[in-house]
Design a protein around this ligand. Structure first.
Ligand code: ACO
Length: 280
C-alpha cells in the first residue's frame, strides 16, 4: 500500500477496497487551499494505481464536504503571485476534473454539510454523488461578484436541466440534499446518519462488477454525450471489442457460462461471480 501519511490538508483512509479521500481542514469548513489541491492531486494519482483501492470516495472531514475555494489562501494571497496562482489553479483543476473525469476506478462524492462554489467541480466530476438530506448546496459565486469559474459553470450546465442551472447559478440561493436529488445533481439524498452506509452500499455494488467493464461503461456514458449518433455507434462498437481484450475476468464468457450453463445467476438481479474469484 502506498504511504499517505504525510498529507496535512487531506486525509486518506483505505478500508475494504474503498479509498476515502478526505478534505481535512474542518476548522475552515474544508475550504480548498493551494496545499490542499496539491495533496489531493497527489493522493488521487497514487490511489488510481493502488491495488487496495477499488472504489474512490471523495468527502470532507468534520461534517462538511467543502466551503469551496479558500477565499484567503487561494484568491487573495495569490493575487500578485502569477506563478503560484497558475500552479494552484492547474492543480485544483487537475484533481477536481481531469483526474476524476477519466478515473480508472468508480468514484463517489459523499456530501455532508456545506458544498459550495468550487466544490461543485469534484461533486460533478465524481461518477456518483450521495448527500445528506440536510446538506447545503450553494453556487455562491454570484454573491462574491465572480463567475462560477474554472469549470463550475460548464459542469453545472452539463449536469442539470438548463432552467435549474440558470436559476441556482444566477440567484446563488442555497438548496438542500432533497432538492439536489430532485434536480439530478446527486443520485440519492438520505438522512444524515445513513450517508456513510449508503455510500458503502453503492461502493459494494460497484466493486462487484468487472473493473474493466465498469471503467469502459462509465467512459462510454460520459463520452457519447458529445458525439452524434453515427460516432456513438462506431465508438461503442470499438469500445465493446476493446473490453474483450485482456479482461482478467473474461467477463463476457464468464457471464454467459454462469447464466446459460451453470444457471447460477441472472443479470437483471446483479453481477456474475468475477472470473478471477473462481480461479484457484
Ligand atoms: N474561504 C476561506 N475561509 C473560509 C471559507 C472559504 N471559502 N469558508 C469558511 N471559511 C472560514 C471562515 O472564514 C472561518 O474562519 P475563522 O474561524 O478564521 O474566522 C471558518 O472557516 C469557519 O467559517 P464560519 O463562517 O465561521 O462557519 P459557519 O459554519 O458559520 O459557515 C459557511 C460556514 C456557510 C460555509 C461560511 O463559512 C461561508 O459562507 N463560507 C464561504 C463559502 C463560499 O462562498 N465559498 C465559495 C468561494 S468562491 C469559489 O469557490 C470559486
Amino acid at each position: 500500500m502506498a504511504d499517505y501519511s504525510a498529507y496535512k490538508s487531506i486525509k486518506v483512509e483505505i478500508r475494504d477496497g474503498i479509498g476515502w479521500a478526505m478534505l481535512n481542514r474542518p476548522e475552515k469548513r474544508n475550504a480548498m487551499s493551494p496545499e490542499l489541491h496539491a495533496e489531493m492531486d497527489d493522493a488521487l494519482a497514487r490511489m488510481e494505481f493502488d491495488d487496495d483501492v477499488r472504489c474512490l470516495v471523495v468527502c470532507g472531514a468534520g461534517g462538511n464536504f467543502s466551503a469551496g475555494q479558500d477565499l484567503k489562501k487561494f484568491f487573495r494571497e495569490l493575487e500578485n503571485k502569477p506563478f503560484e496562482q497558475r500552479k494552484a489553479r492547474d492543480l485544483a483543476n487537475s484533481w477536481r476534473w481531469g483526474r476524476l473525469w477519466g478515473y480508472d476506478k468508480p468514484t463517489i462524492a459523499m456530501v455532508e454539510g456545506f458544498c459550495v462554489g468550487g466544490a461543485f467541480m469534484q461533486l460533478i466530476g465524481c461518477d456518483f454523488a450521495i448527500a445528506a438530506e440536510d446538506a447545503t448546496f450553494s453556487l455562491s459565486e454570484v454573491n462574491w461578484g465572480i463567475l462560477p469559474g474554472a469549470l463550475v459553470a460548464k459542469a453545472v450546465a452539463d449536469a442539470l436541466l438548463p432552467r435549474h442551472a440558470m436559476y441556482y447559478a444566477s440567484v446563488g440561493e442555497s438548496f438542500d440534499g432533497k432538492e439536489a436529488e430532485r434536480i439530478g445533481l446527486i443520485n440519492f439524498a438520505v438522512p444524515k446518519d445513513q450517508v456513510r452506509a449508503k455510500t458503502i452500499e453503492l461502493a459494494g455494488k460497484l466493486m462487484s462488477k468487472s473493473p474493466k467493464v465498469l471503467r469502459a461503461t462509465k467512459q462510454a456514458v460520459r463520452n457519447v454525450k458529445t458525439m452524434d449518433v453515427v460516432q456513438s455507434y462506431d465508438y461503442l462498437a470499438e469500445k465493446g471489442k476493446a473490453i474483450k481484450v485482456g479482461d482478467p475476468e473474461d467477463s463476457y464468457n464468464t457471464g454467459l457460462r454462469q447464466f446459460l450453463d451453470e444457471k447460477s445467476y441472472k443479470p437483471v438481479e446483479g453481477a456474475f461471480k468475477l472470473g478471477t474469484m473462481l480461479k484457484p
